[in-house]
Design a protein around this ligand. Sequence first.
Ligand SMILES: *Cc1c(COP(=O)(O)O)cnc(C)c1O
Length: 226
Amino acid sequence: MSYDSTTIAQRLDLIRQHIPAHVQLIAVSKQVSVPRIQAAYEAGIRDFAENRLQEAIPKQEQLKDLKDICWHFIGHLQTNKAKKAIEHFDWIHSVDSLKIAQRLNRLAAESSLSPQVCLQVKILPDPNKYGWQDQELLADLSKLEECEALKIKGLMTILPLGLSSKQSLLAFEKTHDLARRITKQSTLNLNQLSMGMSGDYPLAIQAGATMVRLGRVIFGERDSRC
Ligand SMILES: *Cc1c(COP(=O)(O)O)cnc(C)c1O
């Protein structure tokens, strides 16, 4: 075992002590090389997330012998790339507009591919993020209910930078409340909450996250050029 794969395994041991069994740990492998992804796989990780198709697809090709990997897409998706996304990913966490939801729904209806998805919400205003604000999402609910080929499972959120712990916890709780409210007042069942990254995942778990997306705490800092 190389030094690096030992480190990844040791980091995972520590992280797992903070993650209850009902919370799924997703390793964010964007900008992480194939050997390091393999090291995480050997340490027991089966869920990996990528945010760019052009980076992910060649890596998936190199890892295709590891058949039980579940691939999660977490980046902004353009409509012209939707087909590629559902061909290559089991989950799409970053469905961030009605337009992309409807496109994915149409593709899923026409094929046997039907990814599980989360709706990305901007729970606090953030000009740098995609996603629905809560009122916008509530307004689009009836159109989302019509996307019957799409397996809409939950909400995903990314918090703006620079929040205090208290503000982060409140924002995660607000996301949880929104999911509960939508489940109550629509035909959607939003039981999944994809929230929490390296800097804030304990707070996300405290607020009810069911999936945490961790990159740097597992793999170390990414290349700053990317
Ligand atoms: C990069 C990324 C993560 C992981 O971030 P870390 O800070 O490395 O844990 C999680 N979610 C999304 C959507 C990302 O783009």
